[in-house]
Design a protein around this ligand. Structure first.
Ligand SMILES: *Cc1c(COP(=O)(O)O)cnc(C)c1O
Length: 426
């Protein structure tokens, strides 16, 4: 039992944990009803009530707005689409700068580029991994049009502080809330503190509709513009009460009736789906918090953390074994995890070669911003040396299995010196 599985011992976790499924009988019934109705999408890209979607889409949006106390909920077919719609709605123009974190799903940083905007990276906080307001301040210029805060891994960014900063500078705060459906800061829901907050209903998120997203806002004009961008808005400028046609080039970001019907059922049960994942993460934290060189996630006072990812900071100096070797041993014990999250996004070829759209280097020709290594040292250190990630969202883990996960980590930690023999022999 005490021999590490990597060295020939018995793994603590014998089988790969089963995948979590949030789908139940009610979702199946909801889909069947929509199919039976024959109307799988109620949208028309022309003036009239269908411009705003079919009955399920409208019911879903009303339910979402009510659940989060938002004036408007605009459904879309992904969070990525929602980010594009938000960038268009705020009137982003070529050469405008948008401050984004470098550690997030790539779509966050891509969204300004679609309108010729320039992503400007601001480093993250070492404790919550969300964008650091001090670093944001240092990047604000006369060209800054918006800040995108990502509530990364399920923990709220310093949203109130960022909103106050945005308001003081007359710019927008957009929340990418893909990973924190029920996050909160001082009692206010994540997604609600920014001018626009965008949820994801992608398969990998806490609740889902296969693909999908929802933008919430209390601003009538921003909601109207996002509805236009979602659905061929160029046809509606004269009819839609939108005086200013800037960025009213429409896409098709429309949600289907099938997705909306599933979304209604998922939304009704969101508290359960989120709290199951939170409980698993807390079990892992409580069971391993005392380990030397192993820093479990911190939760800032007054915040709710939804644990899309449970990220541990690994201190190689204190542990005396490389993160890579420790990870191999953890994997051999059957604990599913990965190292790092995504590389700092400015390392993507698109930033390194400074070409996003067309062949002329556009829109980077509009800026002298650089994307060199060393730009965001906290992100780089976490990525290169420290992060070990587990996805509570991905697995269906009962209390027994959760205790085994704790045992697997503790076993590798307790026997880590045995790994030095491997390190020496290579
Ligand atoms: C998943 C995710 C997205 C993209 O969501 P989609 O609905 O798949 O487009 C964007 N940002 C973050 C932080 C995410 O986790």
């Amino acid at each position: 039992m005490s021999q590490l599985a990597l060295l020939g011992g018995t793994p603590v976790i014998a089988n790969e944990p089963p995948a979590y499924s949030s789908m139940g009988v009610a979702e199946q019934d909801a889909v069947r009803d929509v199919v039976a109705s024959g109307c799988l999408s109620g949208f028309f890209g022309s003036p009239g009530p269908e411009f705003l979607g079919g009955p399920k889409v409208r019911e879903f949006e009303a339910a979402w707005a009510a659940r989060f106390g938002a004036k408007h909920a605009v459904s879309v077919n992904s969070n990525t689409s929602g980010l594009f719609a938000a960038m268009g709605a705020i009137g982003l123009s070529p050469g405008d700068e948008v401050i984004v974190p470098p550690w997030t799903m790539s779509a966050t940083a891509m969204s300004p580029l679609i309108y010729g905007g320039i992503p400007v990276f601001a480093d993250i906080e070492d404790e919550t991994f969300c964008i650091d307001p001090e670093k944001v301040k240092a990047q604000i210029t006369a060209k800054t049009r918006a800040i995108v805060a990502v509530n990364l891994f399920g923990h709220p960014a310093r949203l109130r502080e960022l909103r106050d900063l945005a308001d003081a500078r007359g710019i927008y705060l957009i929340e990418d809330n893909a990973q924190a459906p029920l996050g909160s800061e001082e009692g206010t829901a994540t997604g609600k503190i920014g001018h626009i907050g965008i949820a994801s209903l992608n398969y990998h998120k806490h609740i889902h509709t296969g693909e999908g997203g929802v933008c919430v806002t209390d601003d009538d004009d921003l909601a109207g513009r996002m509805q236009m961008i979602r659905n061929h808005g160029e046809n509606l400028v004269e009819h839609g009460g939108i005086a200013d046609p800037v960025n009213m080039v429409g896409f098709n970001f429309r949600m289907t009736e099938l997705s909306a019907a599933v979304g209604l059922v998922q939304l009704a049960d969101v508290e359960r789906h989120v709290s199951i994942r939170e409980r698993l993460a807390e079990t892992l934290s409580d069971g391993t918090r005392d380990l030397e060189g192993w820093t479990v996630p911190k939760v800032r006072a007054g915040c709710r953390h939804n644990y899309y990812i449970w990220l541990v900071k690994f201190d190689q100096g204190a542990i005396g074994v490389s993160r890579e070797l420790f990870s191999k041993a953890l994997a051999a014990e059957g604990f599913p995890h990965y190292l790092a999250y995504v590389p700092p996004l400015y390392r993507l070829p698109l930033f390194q070669r400074r070409v996003a759209i067309g062949r002329e280097g556009w829109p980077f020709t509009l800026t002298d911003r650089r994307y060199d290594n060393g730009l965001c040292p906290v992100t780089e250190r976490l990525h290169e040396n420290e992060a070990i990630c587990f996805e509570p969202c991905a697995y269906d883990v009962d209390d027994t299995l959760a205790e085994k996960m704790v045992a697997a980590i503790r076993k590798v930690h307790a026997h880590r010196r045995d790994l030095n023999a491997l390190a020496e022999t290579g």
